[in-house]
Design a protein. Structure first.
Length: 203
């Protein structure tokens, strides 16, 4: 009689053990997948931190989709870009395109070398942040002289990058993880004059 009772107790314990085993086994691939994803994100974040970049991407994303008619916010945003750290901003205005003028302030004997890759990087950042922006026009000005004046469109920038720029700014995660690498690898040489001399301006 004791043995029968023991056998009756063993069967539910065995069923419970099998059930727990199945439950933990079925959960483990999900947990493993989550762990792998988290590890990949950590590796990617570490790689991004090791990339030298001229931008504070976290700060830049705080300007995501500001109004193009808000001149103060536009000024704040443009002030965070590479060219604004090199030349003073002379003018920012938005009509059909965003126009940004930088002042050169050259003196006799001086020259300025235009960095087209920096220009394109700034444009890509602006296009990724401002969904309604179609094009950006840069002008380097001194007195009556102006270098640039040719808008860089979203389509042209996407040809250079080889990606849909809108998607790069769609979420903060993508903006912070993908854009730094793209900017670090970016090169743009439109094969136009890139040295401006004081004498050229004054002639």
């Amino acid at each position: 009689m004791f043995n029968n009772k023991r056998n009756k107790m063993t069967i539910p314990i065995l069923i419970l053990t099998v059930f727990i085993t199945l439950l933990t086994t079925s959960c483990s691939p999900v947990n493993k997948g989550t762990q792998v994803k988290n590890q990949n994100n950590d590796i990617q974040k570490n790689e991004i931190e090791n990339i030298e970049t001229p931008y504070d991407f976290k700060l830049l994303y705080s300007y995501k989709n500001i109004s193009l008619n808000d001149s103060q916010k536009l000024m704040e945003l443009v002030s965070q870009l590479q060219y604004a750290k090199e030349l003073p901003i002379d003018l920012i205005e938005y009509g059909n395109i965003l126009r940004i003028d930088y002042r050169m302030n050259l003196t006799e004997g001086q020259e300025y070398k235009v960095n087209h890759t920096k220009m394109m990087a700034d444009v890509i950042v602006l296009l990724a942040l401002l969904d309604d922006l179609y094009a950006v026009e840069y002008n380097l000005v001194q007195g009556d002289y102006s270098y640039g004046g040719v808008p860089i469109t979203r389509e042209q920038a996407e040809e250079i990058v080889g990606k849909d720029i809108w998607s790069l700014g769609e979420t903060e995660e993508v903006f912070l993880l993908d854009l730094p690498k793209i900017i670090a690898d970016l090169e743009w040489d439109p094969d136009v004059m890139d040295v401006i001399t004081y004498e050229h301006i004054m002639s």
